[in-house]
Design a protein around this ligand. Structure first.
Ligand code: C5P
Length: 320
């Protein structure tokens, strides 16, 4: 095989409950991941002198193009594990916002694992691929799986969940990013100030039932993100964006992961398109996308579709 292209979705967290920091510095989590129809693609091909990486697409700015790139690290990890030469070039097409709380870097790493395994003709058990993914980052195993899944431990321990969806969302990006460790750090100091012992992380009651029945209004009532206060205290403009979306009719608004991307739940696809245009008018918002979830995880596609990062939703994306 000469080249392989894999399309891999962004994730959102429909609930994110954060426990106390562990001895290894990570926090114990209970989260519900949902893969949504905003995609990166990863193309891998043989390249003497590799590994090398090229980054393209609407969100290419700021992505490292050396050994710090998580997709390069993923290809090297798989090469070492399966005894291949990592003489490859990776071309990433970025449709997922960078440092936005949608696990774009993790998606690229998951995509690189799947693409490299296909290029080298390795048929790995899903559990082995997932264990390699967990070495690369807490959020890397989920995009391999896609759909919806409960995440525990530091987020890498996954249990798939059935969904009666799809649910429709508006994703709103804002200028600039947020550092995940900085948001977790602020969360810890806010907890310390409140002098409440952090409880064991748990998903809100009614969440899995709302998801299973595909009931967007019931889901709106139980969405939660423990990192939202911390992110908003680092970026007060996010409060305005979240309130703006509710003001123009979103069923609920929520920070995506550690932010700063904001999510707005819609009643359906037409409502999401309407909301997208309205939220795009907020002075703090850079761009909006209409997405649906759950969608499948990382999968091989035809190379000519590599740049079609919004494959399902071209008509629903707005940018200025
Ligand atoms: O696992 P990953 O490299 O994506 O995590 C990035 C950072 O996010 C960690 O270094 C840590 O500061 C924070 N984190 C955490 N608890 C988790 C997941 C991530 O504190 N469960």
């Amino acid at each position: 095989m000469n080249a392989v292209t894999v399309r891999v979705p962004a994730k959102i967290n429909l609930a994110l409950s954060v426990g106390a920091p562990r001895k290894d510095g990570f926090h114990e989590l209970a989260t519900l991941f949902c893969a949504v129809s905003l995609y990166d693609s990863v193309t891998i091909e043989h390249c003497a002198g590799g590994p090398a990486v090229v980054v393209k697409g609407p969100h290419a700015a700021g992505v490292p193009v050396d050994g710090r790139n998580l997709a390069v690290r993923a290809a090297c990890l798989l090469a070492a594990d399966t005894h291949h030469d990592p003489a490859v070039r990776l071309t990433l097409h970025k449709g997922i916002p960078v440092a936005g709380g949608m696990a774009g870097g993790s998606a690229d790493a998951a995509g690189a694992l799947v693409a490299a395994a296909a290029l080298w003709g390795e048929q790995l058990e899903p559990s082995r691929l997932s264990a390699l993914a967990a070495q690369l980052g807490s959020d890397v195993p989920f995009p391999l799986l896609g759909g919806m899944a409960v995440g525990e431990s530091r987020g890498e321990r996954l249990t798939p969940v059935r969904s009666g969806g799809p649910f429709w969302w508006v994703v709103a990006t804002v200028p600039g990013g947020l550092s995940t460790p900085a948001v977790f750090g602020r969360h810890d100091s806010l907890q310390d100030e409140q002098t409440v012992a952090p409880s064991r992380p748990r998903l809100p009651e009614g969440l899995l039932a709302a998801v299973e029945t595909g009931d967007a209004a019931a889901l709106a009532a139980v969405l939660c993100n423990d990192l939202q206060s911390a992110a908003c205290s680092l970026r007060p403009d996010l409060r305005d964006v979240l309130a703006y979306g509710r003001g123009v009719g979103a069923l609920a608004s929520l920070l995506s992961g550690s932010g700063p991307t904001c999510l707005f739940l819609a009643e359906g696809s037409a409502h999401a398109a309407e909301l997208s245009a309205l939220i795009n008018a907020s002075p703090h918002v850079a761009e909006t996308h209409v997405v649906r979830g759950p969608v499948p995880g990382a999968h091989v596609i035809a190379p000519e579709d590599a740049a079609r990062v919004d494959l399902d939703n071209d008509a629903g994306s707005l940018a200025y």
